[in-house]
Design a protein around this ligand. Structure first.
Ligand code: TLP
Length: 342
């Protein structure tokens, strides 16, 4: 059995999802005439408690459009360490929105005090601080969830300084089922929120950018500018709607599988797993100095049908999702624990 733990992006559309896609009612979305896209946007806006939402081809585009909506070239954006919109979006923040990033805090998380300290005073020497970005759950922090208190503090400090706020909520669905807080509660107070349908929810494509009517109106133009205006996109939106209705609650299974994986990997003398840090569907594992490098371990396990990514010289990331079972996770742990000791 092949077990692919590289990401929750590798999920394949199920038979039910394909049926929903095939039967979708469609129109030209650039004219705003695709009823299924419109329904998806309304559904996500409602779930997140915002006025408006806009369907995008990818989370990267949603994050980058958000930067353009909020900032002018030369503006400064406060971001946590290794945040997706800084680390993994091909330098788009600099290339497209023309912003510079100031990285605050440690390991992706930061505090209200970090925002207060990093925000530049109003002085013509400086790049004006415009926007604060939070990523929840945080990918490079291993799917970590922000506490309500942390987020509220950051939002309050940002507002007091006149800064805009953006939430990269690609995995807001995971944060919601793990904490019991609704997506609406997790999104509250942010000016814009990007969410992904193509991660743990299992849709093949799609993200949704959310915010006020005014900001989403602006986002519409930038989506078109970046080539994200799609035509009969309802076939894709139908997958997103199906995912929202059928695959949200089951994310708890992925979280339980991640915890089980962490428990089994902790049995290896050569692997270090902080089990308390496994809050959602990701497991970060460090290989000790007697074991292979992360790259070597990736190759050894791949030869036995177990796939995961190296995210540092001695660090790997395993992501659980709807296409890996409990048995698959147990098999992956057996392969890893054996091949790391070879
Ligand atoms: N993350 C991917 C890779 O790009 C690293 C993954 O495998 O985890 N925000 C967050 C927090 C993400 O994790 C991702 C994808 C995105 C945005 C971008 O989404 P897409 O891939 O749709 O552009």
């Amino acid at each position: 059995m092949r077990v692919d733990l590289r990401s929750d992006t590798v999920t394949l559309p199920s038979a039910g999802m394909r049926k929903a896609m095939a039967g979708a009612e469609v129109g030209d979305d650039v004219y705003g005439e695709d009823p299924t896209v419109n329904r998806l946007e309304e559904r996500v806006a409602d779930l997140l408690g915002v006025e408006a939402a806009l369907f995008m081809p990818s989370g990267t585009m949603a994050n980058q459009v958000a930067l353009k909506v909020h900032a002018e070239p030369g503006d400064d954006v406060l971001d946590g360490e290794d945040s997706h919109n800084w680390l993994y979006e091909s330098g788009a923040g600099a290339a497209i929105a023309g912003v510079q990033f100031t990285i605050v805090g440690k390991g992706g998380m930061f505090s209200a005090a970090d925002v207060q300290q990093a925000a530049k005073p109003d002085n013509h020497h400086f790049s004006p601080t415009r926007l604060v970005c939070v990523e929840n759950t945080h990918n490079r922090a291993g799917g970590r969830i922000w506490s309500d208190v942390e987020v509220k503090g950051i939002l309050q400090a940002s507002r007091a300084l006149g800064l805009r706020t953006h939430l990269d909520g690609a995995r807001i669905w995971n944060a919601s089922v793990a904490t019991g807080a609704s997506e609406r509660q997790l999104a509250a107070g942010f000016d814009t929120v990007s969410t992904c349908l193509s991660k743990g929810l299992g849709a093949p494509v799609g993200s949704v950018l959310c915010g006020s009517r005014e900001l989403i109106h602006r986002a519409h133009r930038f989506r078109k500018m970046l080539g994200g205006g799609m035509r009969q996109a309802g076939v894709l939106a139908a997958a997103g709607l199906f995912a929202l209705e059928n695959h949200r609650e089951r994310l708890v299974e992925d979280h339980a599988n991640a915890r089980r994986l962490a428990e089994l990997l902790a049995e290896s003398a050569r692997l270090r797993v902080d089990r308390s840090s496994v809050q959602t569907n990701m497991v970060l594992v460090d290989i000790d100095e007697h074991g292979p490098t992360a790259g070597e371990l990736v190759v050894r396990a791949r030869d036995e049908g177990v796939l995961f990514n190296a995210v540092g010289p001695r660090r790997i990331r395993l992501v659980t999702h709807m296409d890996v079972s409990r048995a698959g996770c147990e098999q992956a742990a057996e392969v890893l624990n054996r091949t790391v000791a070879m």
